[in-house]
Write a protein of this length. Structure first.
Length: 201
């Protein structure tokens, strides 16, 4: 390996002994998560799988420091490279892709990614543009890169394109992807997972 080849930085995210409970409508405390642990490193894709009501979203909310609930009780810890994750650290190093896509309707697909690159990536304009170009191609957004995102009043990207744009934004950083919508087309899910696997290698 020559000196010009940069060493790949290996980061490790861990969550240990996560417990979560909340009070339901019957004023009863319900344990949703009990002693859940896991970890993932750079170059890996970590998936949380389970049937409806198993606690997937609750776990994701806990490890993304975004849990909400009535009289909730949470214990356990989340670390990045051994350091306890704070809200400030999470905002700097992580990105949560929600179930519902929310983008600026009047920006194009490319403009959305470029503004995010300016915010998240250290480097010159050429490097940022190259990163945006690569993501557009890898996620199949190059053909609609100049299309406005749109909303219910402005015709723009399709639902699948908006979801891929959300993934592209997340790939500029380390990211969490909130549970898939089961009505979502399987071919789109497979395309997203294939792309994520290739990029994280």
């Amino acid at each position: 390996m020559t000196d010009s080849v940069k060493k790949r930085i290996i980061n490790e995210f861990r969550f240990d002994s996560i417990c979560y409970s909340a009070v339901n409508n019957k004023k009863e405390r319900k344990v949703i998560l009990s002693d859940v642990s896991g970890n993932t490193r750079s170059g890996e894709v970590f998936a949380i799988l389970g049937p409806s009501g198993a606690g997937k979203t609750s776990l994701l909310s806990c490890i993304s420091l975004n849990s909400k609930g009535n009289l909730q009780q949470i214990s356990g810890k989340c670390t990045l490279n051994g350091n306890q994750i704070s809200q400030k650290m999470f905002q700097k190093h992580f990105y949560l892709v929600p179930q519902e896509d929310s983008h600026r309707a009047f920006l194009t697909c490319r403009e959305t990614l470029r503004y995010a690159a300016d915010f998240y990536i250290d480097g010159n304009d050429e490097e940022k543009s190259a990163e945006v170009d690569a993501l557009l191609v890898k996620l199949g957004l190059d053909t609609c890169q100049h299309t406005k995102v749109g909303n219910q009043f402005l015709q723009g990207l399709s639902g699948g394109q908006k979801k891929r744009l959300s993934i592209a934004l997340a790939l500029l950083k380390v990211f969490f992807y909130q549970s898939f919508n089961y009505s979502y087309l399987l071919i789109t899910l497979l395309k997203i997972l294939e792309t994520v696997c290739v990029i994280t290698r």
